[in-house]
Design a protein around this ligand. Structure first.
Ligand code: ZN
Length: 282
């Protein structure tokens, strides 16, 4: 990845780069009492993801919940998502969360054997507002090894700038093309998910879906101007603005799609998103 000041990353080439929008559908934190539009059951998640897909999202980042809305890592629920989503959203890139709020230790990776297109991978520990987000090296290696085994492309979760470089734990990812496993090499290495940083810190991180809480829209705009990609969704932000709750995941995607147009970027099709992420065609 080059700096955004590279000659081949000038405004023209930025404008030519289609934008991948990731919809973070549910997350592990927001509840219906925070925003009634948060989809919780698998059928609500499929319906909400479908609407977001129609609005232009090409990657869906998914957590699952228990019936009482608490976070879960139940592989049966992930399996139902993987069964239902492709029927409603052909070509959609399905990304499961292995995040730490949804399970403990190895439990976090039990759904990887279902072979989703992608899964999130936190490559270090950091502080959340009221807890330590623990990702010990042995667990990172275990989750990364499972991703390699099942040809699941990792998305590195950059909660902190120290986590922003793909690590030794997940340098590259094999992809399966026509039943044959290939190492996608450097270009097919991990995709980063950035949780907000000033543009000077975003240098060289085009292949990253930038987002974060209440500054999400502003970070989305920076990312678009730099040629990067965007993430949005009720997981990251249940609000539309200071006064209003976000009406739906689809509305959040539509807002980012409109932002794309203002910086003369266009949305990636599912085929383009798969090619950009070195994933096999659907
Ligand atoms: Zn998540």
């Amino acid at each position: 990845m080059g700096s955004w000041q590279d000659p081949d990353r000038n405004n023209d080439s930025v404008g030519a780069r289609p934008c991948i929008i990731t919809i973070a559908v549910t997350g592990s934190m927001p509840r219906k009492r925070d925003n009634p539009a948060v989809p919780v059951t698998v059928s609500e998640q499929i319906e909400s993801t479908h609407a977001a897909f129609e609005a232009g999202a090409t990657v869906a980042h998914l957590h699952v919940r228990n019936d009482d809305e608490t976070p879960s890592s139940d592989p049966a629920k992930f399996a139902k998502l993987l069964e239902g989503l492709p029927r409603h959203c052909p070509g959609l890139i399905v990304q499961f969360s292995t995040g730490g709020r949804s399970g403990k230790g190895s439990e976090r990776g039990t759904m990887l054997s279902l072979e989703p297109d992608m899964a999130s991978l936190a490559t270090g520990s950091c502080n959340f507002p009221n807890m330590i987000y623990e990702n010990p090296p042995a667990l990172i290696r275990e989750l990364a090894a499972l991703m390699r085994k099942h040809c699941v492309k990792p998305e590195i979760e950059v909660f902190d700038l120290s986590l922003r470089r793909p690590t030794r734990q997940a340098p590259t990812c094999p992809v399966r093309v026509g039943g044959e496993e290939r190492d996608a090499g450097r270009q097919g290495g991990a995709y980063l998910s950035g949780f907000g940083a000033p543009p000077s810190n975003a240098d060289g991180h085009m292949d990253c879906g930038w987002h974060c809480g209440r500054h999400q829209l502003e970070v989305n705009r920076w990312a678009l101007q730099l040629g990067g990609h965007c993430r949005t969704g009720l997981e990251d932000n249940v609000r539309w603005d200071r006064d209003m709750l976000a009406p739906s995941n689809a509305a959040l995607v539509t807002r980012v799609a409109e932002l794309c147009a203002t910086v003369r970027r266009r949305l990636a099709t599912v085929s383009e998103a798969r090619a950009l992420l070195a994933l096999p065609p659907a």
